[in-house]
Design a protein around this ligand. Structure first.
Ligand code: ADP
Length: 245
């Protein structure tokens, strides 16, 4: 449990001289569910971009499972075991959840072996296990376009799980969801945290309270403070940043 899955040292990311991330230090142990909060412009998206390799550090380094990611490209980093879920679900709306998951399971296979010999259809068990995990067994054969926004979010999480990531990056998973969907999304993430490391970016403080054991507050590209939800909410620096809200 004490193994560090992610270590970020003295990270600065500059865009034309402006530091979106500014000497940021962060570390996370395997099996943690960490929530990142912070006002608009704090650097949350850039933080995820630099972990996935979309953006490269100007100064400093990102170590994933001890490996420095600097010289790797985005698709290589994804293959090391980092899966990112964007705010808007990226699922094929004309395909069913089962078909979407089958595609994701196939994508995991080596491209060259696929070219050399036809692949058998993906193991039923894997797809059905994923459907159970994300709570979509009953909707397995319904076109994804007919699913609710929450169900689409869960399907996309299932598609990421098909890639067997060690670290899941989840950007605002409950924006636009109903209260019940929000609650179920929290339960899903908490249960996934038993076997994955997860970073969630979120604004909905009720939801943060539901899922978070440890919260990191970003402000002006640096870590302002870290701790339990109660600790960060009572920290005068956080109160000031959020103007007393
Ligand atoms: P958050 O996700 O917390 O709202 P961002 O990471 O999107 O914050 O942005 C942090 C800061 O960096 C903002 O001031 C933003 O305008 C700036 N920024 C982000 N990406 C770029 C870019 N590609 N070029 C210039 N400035 C950027």
């Amino acid at each position: 449990m004490n193994e560090k899955i992610l270590e970020i040292d003295n990270l600065t990311v500059s865009f034309d001289g402006f530091n979106a991330l500014n000497n940021l230090n962060f570390s996370m142990e395997r099996g943690e569910l960490r929530v990142i909060i912070g006002p608009n412009g704090a650097g949350k998206t850039t933080f995820l971009d630099v972990i996935t390799g979309k953006v490269k550090p100007t100064v400093g380094q990102v170590l994933f499972k001890g490996k420095n990611l600097r010289r790797f490209r985005e698709h290589q980093i994804a293959r090391f075991g980092i899966g990112r879920k964007f705010q808007t679900p990226r699922v094929y709306l004309n395909l069913t959840p089962r078909e979407n998951l089958e595609l994701s399971c196939n994508r995991q296979k080596n491209v060259f072996s696929t070219l050399l010999k036809p692949q058998p259809s993906p193991e039923r068990k894997t797809v059905s296990t994923l459907l159970e995990t994300i709570g979509l067994v009953v909707k397995a054969d319904t076109p994804a376009g007919l699913l609710s926004h929450g169900e689409k979010q869960w399907l996309e999480i299932g598609m990421l799980l098909a890639q067997s990531p060690d670290l899941l990056l989840v950007d605002e998973p409950v924006a636009g969801l109903t209260d019940e969907e929000t609650l179920l999304t929290g339960e899903l993430l908490v249960s996934l945290a038993e076997s994955h490391s997860i970073i969630v970016i979120e604004h909905d403080m009720e939801f943060v309270r539901q899922i978070a054991r440890k919260v990191t507050v970003l402000h002006e590209g640096s870590v302002l403070c870290e701790g339990s939800i109660e600790e960060v909410q009572n920290d005068p620096r956080v109160v000031e940043v959020y103007l007393g809200t």
